[in-house]
Write a protein that binds this ligand. Sequence first.
Ligand SMILES: C[S@@+](CC[C@H](N)C(=O)[O-])C[C@H]1O[C@@H](n2cnc3c(N)ncnc32)[C@H](O)[C@@H]1O
Length: 271
Amino acid sequence: MLRRPATGQREHWSEVYAGSRAFFGEEASTFAHRALDRFRRNDVKAVLELGFGQGRDTLWFAEQGLQVTALDYSEQAITEMTAEARSKGLEAWVAAQVHDVRQPLPYPDGSFDACYSHMLLCMELTEAEIAFVLREVHRVLRPGGLALYSVRSDHDVHYGAGPHLGEDVYEVGGFVVHFFTEAKIRRLARGYEVLAIERTQEGSLPRDLYLVTLRQDPSVIPLPVPEEACMTRPMEKFQEFFEATHQSQALDGKTKGLLFLAASLAGGCEL
Ligand SMILES: C[S@@+](CC[C@H](N)C(=O)[O-])C[C@H]1O[C@@H](n2cnc3c(N)ncnc32)[C@H](O)[C@@H]1O
């Protein structure tokens, strides 16, 4: 489980966007340009974008003739991007929706040719939650569809610099950032063929990013989220188990006592 900063990240992003018209700049990112090359070579027409922010890449993709379905959990992001799409006459090319990616994606199987997300998976998400997102992306992609994502890397100057919130997650100037290693990218690529893992830098910090290109493999369905393997919520899981067994008539008093002792010991441990 992650420790959470006092201000929720969703509110934080909305405040950031309300205070700055182009927080990540006016131009489409370099990653978007690289992605479009890949999309063109793979006959991609319908793209799902996760965590689009103020839409610098979304609107540019739409201008290039892609049909973009764009999700973000910030209401402010939706309001701003929808208005911008309207003012550019792109509303027929962009459909934006408020959605938290920790929830199932609201689309039928095989709906998209590609999924694109620039610095979304490195937000306030546990590894188990990221695995869940990638499993949902696998489901909504057509067979052999592309998943392109970027994340902050373990070479980033801020990796390990701020308060540690759990796993590889740190607070960087009020933003919660989950840093990735190449090993983590490969571990999370279940159900995909890894086509490329590249590194680049963006912005003035600069942010050091992995750019990941995956191809959905329809013959491998990713397993349910390996929460136990990630050990993100061990105490909650133990509590569920303890409560279920405590109520069980099948266990004698001594066994229940031992379980209680184990629960107390585990509760005192720093996990
Ligand atoms: C680092 S910004 C990147 C924005 C945009 N992709 C860009 O590069 O300009 C991350 C975005 O992800 C959104 N986000 C973070 N966690 C999310 C979640 N759980 N569900 C949906 N959106 C999320 C934030 O609101 C923010 O707009």
